[in-house]
Design a protein around this ligand. Structure first.
Ligand code: ADP
Length: 480
């Protein structure tokens, strides 16, 4: 049979205008950093420098916090709630109007396929602003009493896997509830946050309501430790989440932490196998596996193991890896050299501990950071690849015989962010869901997100929820 060939379908980059150098966004303006320092941000698909980005030091963070405090006490907390809502609606509409520009920029800076940035990240980011805009004047129904009050100035630190979407998850509820913001994007993916700063200007958001300071971990720590910050909202690794929790212990700062995961995706023998295979692929290979709620531990009922694996390998052989700007690409570039090294280290450990590796046959481009979609079979619960978050396109396959065993294995992890259950029987799905210690449980699907649905974890996966009424409540205090 002749091979079906795809013609290249490259998205044009003409829509984005990347500056050589970006400053900090403080008090409604772009200002040069007091640190005088800039660092490069690269395109991980070809390692070319896209731009230089300012590195904020503690003086810069202090200026941003003061701007946020001024905007909070003079403007934002005094504004009628319905007026605040109008700004959020305006931002949401501008995000929709400029969606293509955001999607292309996200793909260039992050390495994710344009199909995902265009169809998932940016539409969902706009949806978060629309959803929270509607809440702004209805906060008495958020479950925090009749007259809920904002915290004040919120410090927000986000990761590189969904840069613009994580910004929306953080900024939209904070603004809807009347807080002002100092936000730090991840050091490898600052560009869409800086484009969002332009959107704030375009929407004529009052100066200082949103401040964006770029930099790495030290800048994040300056935000966390600043005495003028009333609450921290963080998404990132469990390791840094623990550091933040210990830094703010004993202070009055509130916190929501959305951390790592090692989700079980459970396939019962009565599941629709072809659909489950699609769900497995979506669960672990979506966004190169750079997903905290990824279905990275496949738990498959023993009697269907061989059939599932055979179909999974056929499906994986058709995954297209390559130029993220090509509209036919399924798997793009790994976000950074450091992340690629981490993935390789854990994959090597998987082999050394006795699991069997299979990688989809695909040519990896010569430049940039890439990893072929990979599965490990013969994995036991003690293997590092079954316990540690790989945060890459690597699936560990384990088996079970009874539903009880599936639940026990699924819960045998320090994490508890998400899980998937595949079965034709609703009763089995509900039985499983009530026993799984995970914040989000998908039934016969995976990686579905909606602004109205709370998201967050148990155990080392974090504190609190984001999205929905619960996420909103996390930005409010009861009036007394
Ligand atoms: P990942 O492993 O996903 O890169 P990190 O937790 O290292 O996750 O990074 C998530 C975000 O936290 C990034 O914006 C990063 O700059 C920031 N960060 C890293 N170290 C610290 C720290 N000690 N304090 C505050 N923020 C930090």
């Amino acid at each position: 049979m002749s091979q079906f060939e795809y013609a290249p379908a490259l998205e044009s980059t003409a829509i984005v205008n990347i500056a050589e150098r970006y400053n900090l966004f403080i008090d409604g303006k772009f200002v040069t950093p007091k640190s005088g320092k800039y660092f490069p941000t690269i395109n991980p698909a070809n390692e070319k420098v896209l731009a230089k980005v300012a590195e904020a030091n503690s003086t810069d963070v202090d200026t941003a916090v003061q701007a946020a405090r001024g905007a909070y006490s003079k403007v934002w907390s005094k504004m009628p709630a319905a007026e605040r809502g109008k700004y959020l609606f305006r931002i949401a509409r501008i995000l929709q109007e400029r969606a293509r520009e955001f999607a292309v920029l996200e793909t260039l800076d992050n390495g994710k396929p344009i199909r995902e940035s265009r169809d998932t990240d940016i539409p969902l980011a706009a949806a978060h602003f629309f959803y929270h805009a509607g809440w702004a004047d209805k906060l008495q129904y958020a479950g925090v009493g009749d007259q809920p009050k904002p915290y004040g100035v919120v410090g927000q630190i986000i990761p590189w896997n969904f840069p613009m979407l994580m910004l929306a998850w953080k900024v939209a509820p904070a603004l809807a509830t009347g807080n002002t913001v100092v936000l730090k994007p991840a050091e490898t993916t600052s560009l869409t946050a800086l484009l969002f700063a332009e959107v704030c200007q375009q929407a004529e958001l009052p100066a200082g309501v949103v401040n964006i300071v770029t930099g790495a971990g030290a800048t994040g720590a300056d935000i966390v430790n600043h005495p003028g910050i009333d609450k921290i909202a963080f998404t990132g690794s469990t390791e840094v989440g623990k550091l933040i929790a210990s830094s703010i212990a004993g202070t009055k700062k509130g916190a929501t932490l959305e951390l790592g995961g090692k989700a079980a995706n459970i396939i019962f023998d009565d599941a629709a196998i072809d659909e489950a295979v699609e769900g497995i692929v979506n669960g672990i290979f979506f966004n190169q596996g750079h997903v905290c709620c990824a279905g990275s531990r496949l738990l498959v009922q023993e009697n269907i193991h061989d059939e599932v694996l055979e179909k999974l390998k056929v499906r994986m052989a058709h995954i297209r890896l390559g130029n993220p700007l090509d509209k036919n690409t399924d798997i793009g570039a790994i976000n950074s050299a450091a992340q690629l090294a981490k993935i390789k280290e854990l994959v090597t450990a998987g082999g050394a501990e006795g699991a069997e590796q299979w990688s989809a046959p695909c040519d990896l481009p010569g430049e940039g950071f890439w990893f072929a979609p990979t599965i490990f079979t013969g994995v036991s619960q003690t293997h590092r690849i079954a316990r540690e978050e790989i945060f890459g396109p690597v699936l560990s396959v384990l088996t079970f015989r009874t539903p009880q065993e599936a639940i026990e294995k699924a819960n045998n992890t320090p994490y508890g962010l998400s899980a998937g259950v595949w079965s034709e029987k609703g009763s089995k799905v509900l039985w499983s869901a009530s026993r799984l210690r995970a914040g989000v449980i998908w039934a016969n699907t995976f990686n579905k997100f909606d602004p109205a649905s709370p998201f967050g974890g148990y155990k080392e996966s974090g504190w609190g929820r984001e999205g929905g009424r619960h996420g909103l409540a996390a930005y409010l205090k009861a009036s007394n």
